[in-house]
Design a protein around this ligand. Structure first.
Ligand SMILES: [Zn+2]
Length: 219
């Protein structure tokens, strides 16, 4: 059996095998993940994402605008943010700048500028990206490092709300989707990495990094 790619627990059990893949579930963080051996090769993933998708950009733009509106209600002053995964057009970034927000962008295929990952930000958003992580612990650690103490992490991914319905869940049938999270998964991450889980519902998870320390505890 594989170890959990998020919390490294050694006890995941087989959860489901369908026509295409096997899935495992971790008893500790409740992550459901697809068998690594049945995942898309990197080249196929790149072909899938190596193009701008206007519909997705529009959704991402909406997501960031709603997020900024919410953050403006609970914080003050100009905010520096990072968009992790996906790419907004320059025109949207300029509009945000005019409102006093700066937004850096990183995407492994569309904007692979690693220098932006060396800075730390007041907020980091990740729209429909977490489900693509083969090694979510690695990406999680990276995102933790890019957040300032007290910073906000906003994630959009569909939550697995009823594990009994997983076999019928259309979200798992996309071969590029490999990691599936429950609310309990984010509760686990918050508790073990010094975050407060502010909100966790379908398509929006909002967490705040502890202000007093940016040291993350080992899982
Ligand atoms: Zn786990």
């Amino acid at each position: 059996m594989p170890i959990c790619p998020l919390c490294q627990d050694s006890r995941p059990s087989r959860f489901l095998t369908d026509k295409k893949r096997s899935y495992f579930r971790c008893p500790r963080c409740q992550l459901v993940f697809a068998d690594l051996h049945s995942q898309l090769p990197p080249q196929a993933q790149q072909q899938r994402f190596n193009k701008l998708n206007p519909a997705r950009q529009k959704q991402l733009s909406l997501f960031i605008n709603v997020l900024i509106e919410q953050l403006a209600g609970i914080t003050s002053g100009p905010l520096e943010g990072l968009n992790f995964g996906g790419l907004l057009p320059d025109s949207v970034v300029t509009l945000l700048q005019q409102q006093g927000y700066s937004l850096s962008q990183y995407d492994p295929f569309l904007a692979p500028d690693h220098t932006v990952l060396r800075h730390s930000y007041d907020f980091v958003c990740s729209y429909r990206v977490f489900e693509h992580f083969n090694y979510p612990l690695r990406e999680w650690a990276l995102l933790c490092r890019t957040l300032k103490p007290g910073g906000f992490l906003a994630i959009s991914t569909r939550l697995l709300t009823d594990p009994q319905q997983f076999a019928k869940w259309h979200y798992k049938n996309n071969p590029a989707h490999v990691s599936f999270y429950c609310q309990e998964t984010f509760e686990y991450l918050a508790a073990h990495h010094g975050f407060t889980l502010l909100f966790a519902a379908n398509d929006l998870i909002l967490m705040q990094k502890a202000a007093e320390s940016d040291i993350t505890r080992t899982p």
